[in-house]
Structure formats: C-alpha cells, structure tokens
Design a protein around this ligand. Sequence first.
Ligand code: FAD
Length: 602
Amino acid sequence: MTYTKENITKRKFDVVIVGAGGSGMRASLQLARAGLNVAVLSKVFPTRSHTVAAQGGVGASLGNMSEDNWHYHFYDTIKGSDWLGDQDAIEFMCREAPKVVYELEHFGMPFDRNPDGTIYQRPFGGHTANYGEKPVQRACAAADRTGHAMLHTLYQKNVEARTQFFVEWMALDLIRDAEGDVVGVTALEMETGDLHILQAKTVLLATGGAGRIFQASTNAFINTGDGLGMAARSGIPLQDMEFWQFHPTGVAGAGVLLTEGCRGEGAILLNSNGERFMERYAPTLKDLAPRDFVSRSMDQEIKEGRGCGPNKDYVLLKLDHLGAETIHKRLPSVYEIGVNFANVDITKEPIPVVPTIHYQMGGIPTNINGQVVIQQGDQNSAVVNGLYAVGECSCVSVHGANRLGTNSLLDLLVFGRAAGNHIVEFNDKLKEHKPLPADAADRTLERLNRLEAATDGEYAQDVAGEIRAVMQQHAAVFRKQASMDEGVVKIAAVRERVNAIGLKDKSKVFNTARIEALEVDNLIEVAQATMVSAAARKECRGAHTVEDYERPADDPVAPLGRDDANWMKHTLWYSQDNRLSYKPVNLKPLTVDSVPPKVRTF
Ligand SMILES: Cc1cc2nc3c(=O)[nH]c(=O)nc-3n(C[C@H](O)[C@H](O)[C@H](O)COP(=O)(O)OP(=O)(O)OC[C@H]3O[C@@H](n4cnc5c(N)ncnc54)[C@H](O)[C@@H]3O)c2cc1C
C-alpha cells in the first residue's frame, strides 16, 4: 500500500494539543473551559502518560510545615540550575507555584493531609530555607503517587469541560506554511493505520521527555521525544540538549525509579563500608543535595572501589530505620517496587541503587507564555506563529543545567496554564484558519512511503538499540571529551542506518512495527542533538560533567570546572546541517534582584 494525498482525511480545530500528560491536560483544560474547540492527541490513554509515574511531589512554598516563601524557592532553583536557568522564567514559576497547587487542590486532587487539614509537604533534594541554610518541606505529596493523583484529577476536569481526546493517535509532523507559521499536524490513527491532517490556528506540543534514547532509564517506553523530532525536522532548534539528569536512585539492574521522597522521608545512601558517604560531599544537605551532585558522588564511590555487591557496581539505599508504618503510609509504591523489582523488603533491608537517566533539561525553546521562539535576524527570541510547547519537551528554561525534584510537575502546571491563557487571548484575535500549504503532508508521506517501499533493511529496534548503546557509553554521568567526540561520529553513522530501516509487516491495523519505526526518526534527532551539543560544551555545568574540565589547580575556589566567562549561554542545535548556535542566559528576573553566579556547594 502507498500513502497518497487522496487518502488523507482533514479535520479543523481551534487548537491541537499533542500530548495528554500533565502539561497537555493542564493547557487543554484552560482552553476547553474558555469554550475553544480543542483536540488532544495521545499515543496512549491519557492517564497512562508518563506523568502518572511521578512519585515524590510537586514543589510550592506553601510553608505548611516549615517556614518558607517563594524567594527561597527562586534561589534554590537558580542554584540548582547551575546558573543556566533563565531568571525571569524561574521567578514566574516560583511565584505562581502556590496558586497552581491550591487550584489543583480545588479541582479535587487527593493530597496527603496534616492533622490541621493543610497539604502535607516533605523535604526534597536542593530545596532549602533561608538560602541554603537547611532543608525545607516544600514537596506537596499524595503518598508516593503524586503524578498519578494529579493526572487523574486533570483528566476528570477535562472530561467535565468536554475536551476532545484522540486516543492512540500518533502525531507525525508539523505543518508550516511558506511564512513559517504552524497551521496543523499530520497524524496516524493507530487502530486503522490511516493518515490524517489536523488543521489548527494553534498547535501545542506537550509530548514529554525522551529518556528512551538511553539504555537504562526511569522513563516509560513511549518517551521517544516525538515533539522534539517534529520540531527539529521542521527547522526549529533544540535547546540545551547536553543536559540530562541522572536520578540517583534507580533500582540497580531494573532502572525503575525509587523517588527522592525516600530520602525526603529520611532514607540514606551507604557505601560498601556502611558509611553515609554524602556527609563528606555535601556537609549541609547530605543525602538531600541536588541530583547531579548526589549522582556524581555515588559514581565516585563506585569508581574508588566502595561500591556494593559482587561487582561493586551499586550503592545501597537504607529505609528500614523509618519504620514499617511510615513506609507503608508515605511510600507504599516504593515498598511494592522493592519487592517486585529487587526482591527486597525495604522495611527490613537496604535496596541496591544506581544513577539512572531520568529527565531532559533541554527541549524546544519557549518564552514564559509557552510560545516557541527561534533566532531570527538579530533577535534571539522571535516567536513562531501558531506554535507552543510546554512540559518536559519544552525548554523555557527553568531547570537550566540541572532540575530540582518536584519542579517538573510544577513546570507542567504553571506553564500549561500560562500557555492556555495566552492561546485563548491569541485565538480571539485570529478569526480564520490560515490555509494549508499544498505540500502540507509531503514530509510525512515521504517518511511513510519510505517504510512501505523498504522490505529489506534493519529492524527498527536494532537501530534504536544502537542509539541507546552509543548514548549510554558516550554521554554518561561522567563524560570525557575524547569519548564524546567519538560519540558524535558514531551517532552520525547510526543516522544513516535510521534512513535504511525496513518494515516487513505492512498491515494497517494496529501495526506497532510501523509506529516503532516512526519513533526511531525522533530518537535519532534527540540523540544527535545531545551528543553534538555535549561535545561542544567545553566546561562542567550541572549535569554536564566532563572529566577534562575539572577545577583549575591554581584556583581552589573556582566552581568545579564551570566557565562562566565563556559558557554561561544556551546551546541551540539545528538538525539541518547538524549545526550549533548559542544565545545568552537571561540573568534578569521580572521584579526582584538577580542572583549572581557563585560556587555551588551544599
Ligand atoms: C518515574 C518518574 C517519576 C517522576 N517523579 C516526579 C516527581 O515526583 N516530581 C516531579 O516534579 N517530576 C517527576 N518526574 C518528572 C515528571 O513526571 C515529567 O517530567 C512530567 O510528568 C512530564 O509531563 P509532560 O506533560 O511533559 O509529558 P508526559 O506526561 O510524558 O506525557 C506525554 C504525552 O505525549 C503523548 N505523546 C508523545 N508523543 C506523541 C505523539 N507523537 N503523538 C501523540 N501523542 C504523543 C503521550 O501519549 C503522552 O500523553 C518523574 C518522572 C518519572 C519518569
């Protein structure tokens, strides 16, 4: 079968949202409630989006359990970001946080409660009171199922507001007209294998992360970076892709996440000597230092031979001292994960953990309204008309070089809502849809028909496996310049193999082989963006730790290999020509004083 222009059906909406995770559904709720005709596409049933797996909490300075205010949260987020986060966006997020959390509470979100009825809050990595003095309780939690509670709450409110869901529909490409404006998307209906054009005044990408470019990942299998691939293929750059977060506590061997909420509740990390080694690396915050810090410390322990187990390749997370009652009340899923994935009863013994890929700090560049921005002429942030992005696929940038735990769920709520509000305002001014260009579906038809024609060729999963192997080897917790340079060459070679993937099964109905092959087109964009951006950044910052760029010997107080004079700037990677460009970090908040760069100790 060949896909042709004639067998494409067309539909029209005010807004098409790609992605039904927390960010997509927070935005769609705003739009549907304002009476807009909004379609939300998702590869899976909405409540199976990766947001459902979020465990630990959503950050907001409510101050329910210890003294707190948004200025502390603002400071922590900037320091956590290793000064790569934009301070205007960070101020906006931290100020809005209490509002969006209370709003969620009023939507019916079943938060855990304190005896006085207020929302329960637990400590989390890098969140402090009084500018780094001591840990603060800022993570609003529903046991260790916060994302689950949040996603179901948002889904129910969307059903009430009559949002239209297109479940098991996979968006394939953006449609941009001759002026560069986005006027819709192409999408594959998985059940039938039919191709559709969804025309819209506005398209919002909310496709989540791409953790599946790595072998060991806490991410869902659907996290293949589709929105990033769609953006990259249509000429939009990807920002700060060298920064990937390793979560300190993935179950060794399984990759499944054990929330930082464990350490928030008092769990500690131990090496083979039974030593609480984080006391040495981060004397103030100890096990609750930010993730890049803890992951590096764990890797260092393992490198120096103090890892546990027969191969000395993991450390232990000890929880039993919290008591079975607290564990069953606050961390019920962690208990189950211990039994099911490590055969460990965490109320009795410690569980083996290793740093595991968890989150992408980079993504599609946006402003604080969620509008996608690009460099044009002498402008660093020219808006792409008709295109927004929110959630993990976007880079606004509030997380900079390292995200603090609980700030992602917060990012979804704050920027999902802000983008929704902005689109409503914009939609009122746009009376008509712009016409579809004649070549609207050409790129998609070419991709689909290449697969239809290719009987021989490699299995998509073999090529995807090679991408993962390269990333795991050349873009790890500790990076080396020579190894990254080698990774750049290898990933370019894998791209050639992506173009030669074969599809043996040409059936139309629920053909998952076709879907997986199309996903590899997105994986390769994200992987190449990561490898090329990483190899070019000649310093250490946040999650990007390169052994070649350690602290200069003659300057013991310099930040660990961080080079603010040359590298305090955002990377932009373009798929066309595989080239890089840079733009400045915004160190100017909206209303308060800037937090000047300093050495990052905890
Ligand atoms: C195990 C785990 C635990 C976490 N815990 C926390 C936590 O406690 N606190 C915190 O702040 N953060 C946490 N995070 C991070 C946070 O959960 C995620 O960053 C966030 O939920 C991402 O939300 P999202 O809306 O951007 O995307 P997702 O929730 O990933 O949703 C993406 C959506 O896009 C759809 N989609 C993708 N591609 C396509 C396509 N081509 N066509 C159609 N639809 C598509 C998917 O079907 C899905 O609906 C955790 C992450 C993980 C993996």
